[in-house]
Design a protein around this ligand. Structure first.
Ligand code: ZN
Ligand code: ZN
Ligand code: ZN
Length: 255
């Protein structure tokens, strides 16, 4: 969720006001330098969180990999070239200046920046389906855990180990404030007309989103499309939607 409108401790004016600063963050996948525009309240500006389903699947898949390797970091945007989330280490020192009086505020990235991992979402609508997907960050201290992001095995929040007993992936990441956190997928909406809520491991959320995407497209595609056949039609529609959104087809089907 976006931060509350934080105010400067020195001049009490809103920290989110322009001018904003631009920082370059290196994409961990393709090494492109990605310009990120930051407000002094630590919120990346110009990041549209309403994702297409294929783009959110890609985001979940990146989260699964980052979580499994124990390096989810603080997500501050997405690479314009390969769509991969760009992250900074949680302990990296960050200093931001008040846009009005230049008063500096400093701290680790985990405290200073809004973590974008849980921000992107998408809504899948079909005849019997109206569901929203997004990531959530679970804190072990709150006693909630869903399981290993990579394989779904249980990850008790009070267990001293932070490694999955089944696949050796990292299950809990320790933040600079010593909290232990885990990424999961939250699903919320209605299915077959009944309320549907679920908190699932990232791998499972990714699979559910893929399934609901094809189901939603087929079920909700309307009369002009009903005369055509199942999967080919859904794929054609998906390609049309991605092209309309200016997203490369190869990104999602090449891996
Ligand atoms: Zn100020
Ligand atoms: Zn990249
Ligand atoms: Zn595992």
């Amino acid at each position: 969720m976006p931060l509350a409108r934080a105010r400067c401790a020195a001049c009490s004016l809103p920290l989110g006001d322009p001018p904003h600063v631009e920082v370059l963050v290196r994409c961990g996948r393709c090494a492109t330098s990605v310009p990120i525009t930051l407000a002094a309240d630590g919120q990346p500006v110009d990041f549209d969180v309403a994702f297409s389903a294929p783009r959110l699947v890609h985001w979940f898949s990146a989260a699964r990999g980052a979580m499994a390797s124990g390096t989810p970091g603080v997500a501050v945007g997405a690479c314009r070239r390969c769509q991969t989330p760009v992250v900074v280490p949680p302990s990296q020192p960050v200093t931001l200046l008040c846009p009005h009086c230049r008063e500096p505020r400093s701290g680790p990235a985990a405290d200073m920046l809004l973590d974008l991992w849980p921000e992107p979402w998408c809504r899948i609508e079909g005849a019997n389906l109206d569901i929203e997907y997004r990531l959530v960050l679970l804190d072990a201290a709150r006693g909630v855990a869903v399981g290993c992001a990579a394989c779904g095995a249980p990850t008790p929040p009070d267990h001293p180990s932070s490694t999955c007993s089944r696949c050796r992936a990292v299950t809990w990441v320790v933040r600079p404030d010593r909290s232990r956190v885990q990424l999961a997928v939250k699903v919320d909406g209605t299915r077959e007309g009944r309320p549907f809520k679920a908190l699932v491991p990232v791998l499972q959320g990714e699979m559910m989103l893929r399934q609901d995407t094809s189901f939603g497209l087929r079920a909700g595609s309307g009369s002009s499309v009903l005369g055509m056949t199942g999967l080919g039609c859904a794929l054609a529609l998906a390609v049309a939607i991605m092209c309309a959104a200016g997203i490369g087809f190869a990104i999602y089907f090449s891996k």
